[in-house]
Design a protein around this ligand. Sequence first.
Ligand code: SF4
Length: 301
Amino acid sequence: MVTINELHRYGRTKLIMPGTSACPGCPLQLGMRYLAMALDARFAMVIPAGCSSVIPGAAPYTAFTVPVMHVPFASSPAVASGLRRALRIRGVDGPVVVWAGDGASADIGFASLSGSAYRNEDIIYILADNEAYMNTGIQASGTTPPKAWTTTSPRGKTEGRKDMSLIMIMHNVPYVATASIAYPMDFIDKVRRAASIRGFRFIHLHAPCPPGWKFPDNYTVRVARLAVETGMWILWEYNQGKLTISSPSVPYKDKGRRKPIEEYLKLQGRFSHLTKEDVEVIKANVDKQWDLIIRLTEIYR
Ligand code: SF4
């Protein structure tokens, strides 16, 4: 770790220095590294409350090598919008990136996110989704999947899941995509494509969390990859009116090529209480989601 005043001694090839307070196997650190590779670590970042505001350590130390504003839960899209406009007035170009969790995006900060998307603010918003409020004690969020254990859903979540990416398309923004920390090149390509466009851009990054999902900390990428291989998480891209399924997910349009969903579920303690009927419900939800996305590729083409 370095003090904030020592940052100038380091090159901009990395976003995050060694010595963070992230848990072993943290998906957010992986995602941030890929983000830095995509943008050559030249951007400003706005981070609301969540794991990512804890990871870099306490002031006067920081593990981040780019300018970061740590802001209250609900305000990151509004702050980023203002920052982008202020930078433009001062003649400074370069992306302003919001890096936010699911609680800040789907719940507490949703109004601010919706407002920024509606105004088509010139920012890149990355929802790094670990599917619960992890750093406050694994409480369910709007993107926690149905049936998953959390400390506020001890018998499994009874509500559905907000589909944040599709909600963002309905805001008529130019760019929306899903991504996974298990497919870095796909994520990096999408960040670069987003950076080449002006306006509000949204990337929904699937980020399995070892302590929150109750799997060993060396399984992070394995769990993330299985989410795609079983069809639980579909990689797609909506670019200025056209929606396409991304190449890692293309084989799984064919249901017969998907791995059994049980392979994904059995690695995670948060699903250890599921009955056979619960698993059937989850399978039906996956099929329904695939039908919807395939239909949307026909509508937005
Ligand atoms: S709780 Fe999960 S997302 Fe948060 S720092 Fe730990 S591994 Fe990363």
